[in-house]
Structures are given as C-alpha cells and as structure tokens.
Design a protein around this ligand. Sequence first.
Ligand code: GLC
Length: 638
Amino acid sequence: MKRNCLLTTGLKAVLATGLGGLLVLSGPQGSNAEAKTWPSVRSPIEKDPIIEAKIDDWLSKMSLEQKVGQMIQAEIKSISPDDAAKYHIGSVLNGGGSWPTDDANGPLGAWMSMASLFYGASMDTGDGRLAIPVMWGTDAVHGHNNVVGATVFPHNIGLGAANNPGLMRDIGTVTAREVAVTGIDWTFAPTVAVAQDIRWGRTYESYSSDPKIVANLSKEILLGLQGHPALDNFLSQQKVIATTKHFIGDGGTIDGDDQGNTVLPEDELFDIHGQGYVQTIGAGVQTVMASFNSWNGDKVHGSQYLLTDVLKGKMGFDGFVVGDWNGHAQVEGCSNSSCPQAVNAGVDLFMVPEDWKAFLSNTVSQVKLGEIPISRIDDAVRRILRVKYRAGMFDHGKPVEHQLAGRASLIGHADHRAVARQAVRESLVLLENNGILPLNPKDKIIVTGSGADNLAFQSGGWTVTWQGRDLESRIINPRKYYQGHTSILDGMREAVKTAGGKVKTDPKAKADVAVVVFGEEPYAEFDGDIASTDFDLKASKDFALIQDFKARNIPVVTVFLSGRPRGVDAAIDASDAFIAAWLPGSEGAGVADVILGDKYSFKGRLPFDWPASTDEGGNAKTRYARGYNAAINIGSEP
Ligand code: GLC
C-alpha cells in the first residue's frame, strides 16, 4: 500500500532539483539567512490530516491507562505478549545481549515468532482492548548485530574514517533488510554523537569529532534505514523506523565520562552536537532518543527546554522522543518506576525495561493528581501513533506476512557481506609505512597477535552481546557467536593461498615479514571509559612479539584493533607499517584486501586526532591530526 506521507513544499523543491540532497531549510524557504542556533528544520513529511483524524478518534476512545500504556517500552525478558496486551504496552525492546530465547545461537525464526506473538496479542481486541500494534525496537547499530549470522559492519568510528556517503546509504539499506527479516520494526540508530574526548567508552559509536562528517554520514545511513521521504520506499516493508541518538551532548561530557556532564554555552552545544539532528530531522527521522548526560548540570531526560522547546518547538521535530534505558531515573527526584518530571519535559515513550508495571501505575496516578496534564499525555500518544501510522504498522498486517519475513537467506547474504567488506577496506587508516606495504602474497608471511584470529576483538561491543563478552564471567564471546564472519587471519590465509603461498602462524618461524594484530578488548558504554589514552604496551604480549621480530630483523606490519585512537608510540615506532583498523566487524578479510597486493589502496583518514603517548606529566600531544593518512598526505604529521 502506497505510503500516505504528504510531501512538504520543501521536498517538492528537492524533487524539482533532484534527490542529491535534502534541503534543510532554516528561516524563510531558500533564504541565505545564516543558520541560527536550533533552526526550524521543516520535516519532509507533512502531517497527514487523515492520520491525524484517526489519532483524534483513538484518543477519544482510549482510557488514561491505555494512553499511558502506549508510552511505555518494556524489555522482552520482563514482559509477556499477554501482559503487553493487557496493559496496552506500546513498545518492547531487546537490550544488547537479550535474544528471544536464552540461546544466542537459537533458531533465527525465534525472532519472528516472538514478533508475531507480541503483534498478535496487541491486535487482539478481546476484553474491549484496542488494536494498536506493538513496536519492537533493537540496537541494530552496526548491522543486525544481536542476531548470530547477520552482517556486522565496522563500528561508526571506522565508517567515519571511510567517510563515504554512498556506502552509508547502502549500509542502512542492508541493515534495514536484515532487521525486517526478523519481524522487528525499529532500530536505535544512527548515533550522531560527536565525541570530543576519546577516553569516552562510546567513542567508537561516533563517526568523528567533526560535526560535518557526523551530520553527513548520519543523514545518509538514515536514508538507507528508513528510505527516502520522497520515494515509495519510505518506511516500506523493507525499511525500519530509525532513531537519532542521544539528544543532546552525549559526546561532549567532561573527561569523556559516560552519562556525565556536558558544560557548554548553548550555541556551542548546537554547533558541535546538534548538526546530526538538523540533518536527520530534515531527512525524516521518526524518533529521537534522549541522552543520559546532563547539560550544564541538568539531566537531559528532565529538560523541558531541550526536549520540548528546542527539539519539538524550535526545530519542529514531530516524531517521538524515546527515553534511554531508565534514563528518566537519573532526573532528580525520579526512580525507574516514577518520573513525572521527564513526562512533562517531553519524553514520549519511556524505556522502562523491568519496572514498567509500576511506572504505568504511578504515571496514571500522577495524571489523576494533576502532576502531569492530560494534554502532555495526549501529545505523547499522538506522536507515538503518528509514527506507527507513518511506518505502516496499521497496514502491514502480521509480521509473518511482511515482504521480507523469514527470508533467512538475506541474513549475512554474500551481497550484504560485500558491502561490509568494502567498508572495512575503506575504513583502514595507514599511519606509518616505510615502504613495506603492500605485501607480496608470495612472500613468507607470519600472521600473529591476540587479534589475528579473534572475532570478538574485531567486532567489539554491541555484537550478539552488549559488551562483546559475558557479563558475569567477563569471558569474551565464543566463536560460535560469529557464524559467517572472517577473521583477519582467515582473510590473509585465503589471499596468500590464492597466490600459491601459505601463511605461517608460528611467531618463531622464519619469515620475510610479520603481521601482528592486537588492540583493545571489547567493551561498551561506561565499561569502556578510560582515565588515560595510553595503551599499556609494557603488559602487552603483542608488543613483546613486535620487539622480538625487530630483534630478528623481521619487518613488522602492525594492525591495531580499537574503538578509538590510543597512545601506542613505542609500537608505532617499532613497526615498519602501522594501520588503524578500528572495529571492522564480520568481514575481517577486508584487511587482507588492502595490505596484500595493490588492488586496493588505503583510503581511510583519521576521524579523530590520534594522541602520542603521554609525557611524564600525563599530557598527550597529538601525534597525527584528524584527516591524516600516510598514503595520501605524507608529511602532514603535526
Ligand atoms: C543503552 C544505550 C542506548 C541503547 C539503549 C537500549 O543504555 O545508551 O544507546 O539504545 O540502552 O539498548
């Protein structure tokens, strides 16, 4: 069914001038007025009077309990489909490391089965219930990364290094298709954080410290995820609802402290951290996630100024604001199960993973007591229903009837992996090369190091599990979680074999050259916060390997896996070539594509400054500036 999304005049202008880029209008249409702080970003999707009338009708029929139920998102481990129906819950999510069964390697069909159960229950009008489809959200942040066998792209920092807008569109398209196969409606992506302090554990979820790169790449991946508002594919059955996150200032906290305090004047908050919102709202994003951090000491989840006056008022965002994981509880006076302040501030859908029943009951009481005006509840429900209508959730029918439903062959499809492998190639940044690269595949090559054959290291956090490791035991994910992936060693073996050679893995073997792969172990969010950018080379067995090769006059190519730049001067200085590979994801073979033979060159450029190791005073100078790539601009080291 054709999407009934009316085109704004701005969008007609885009159509007239071609789809090269969505117009983001600030001030009178087409004026050259200086973009001011929080410009009015005319959404390309006009409010549809037919949809709005349907919502009016819903609101007139819904009880207060049904309305508040729509404003709640519960975690799939803490709610049954029957309870979701009974309490009129509007949404569910699977958090990182949460799957429809207790087994990550469970049947792929279990995702669709659970989606069908939640849909069926929410559409059952028994007991006078209203048929409003539940909306399932997931963190498909670098592919459909919770699902074993899915294509896993390089994390955002690597995509920022590649800085290829067309590739981003493809990545969004592939991700949406694989998510749609499993019956899920919504991904909590793209992150548009503009990380300013790389000690932040979420630096790798940021494309760059440059707001322009973040704005451009997030718009493009969004157009892949949701489709283009001017085209029939917008929120079609091969697309997913997307989320721009985390509004606002997540990447600007003092010392990179996750969920900390971003202290900035308002114009700088906008200039640095607001550009991704301007571009993605202008490209039709339907949800925005509120951020855990504070701005000048005030928690964003409780900021009516930011969530309502700025985002919805000045910028004109007409989708809905989803809270982060119990983020409302960090507002003064709030808890997981109660936060009228965040409701009044402008959070529309509350991510209350476990305490959803208490939150529902407390919020209903707070409305009855006059602490929350019913107009705020109605506005939140209107926004939620508006997005469900725009996404065709009332039209698409049962998840199993969707176009891509159950098409398991699409999960990790070769064509999808080819897109990811291109992204790996283009993400690699060459920091040093004394001429040893590219390697000759016919040479005797050792490939070794803790990251050479380590799929957990190369995919990082947000991959099948939240932290890339088991939460209790801290043991990194088992290899069986990475079905279909290729390690860097796999890729080197394949390429050298094709050239008639054989890779060695014994570091004591004789060789012409050694490739040493090492770096950070997986982490996510605050678990990855660090006090110093230095990497502890003294304790590193991998660095000892590099030193041993040097002592044996065997040249070394170091491939460094990390979620951010680190101070590794001694390793860089001991290497004949040093490559920043970031967190490449499932297609580790893309590394061999570039270091072996001359088919591909190093295209990636640093998306962040790369620090030198700290001096005695703990100060880290910049060793390579953002934009650097030894293959392109030799000598531009600061
Ligand atoms: C996390 C993250 C957010 C994610 C959400 C659901 O705490 O902050 O990015 O989308 O919870 O997993």
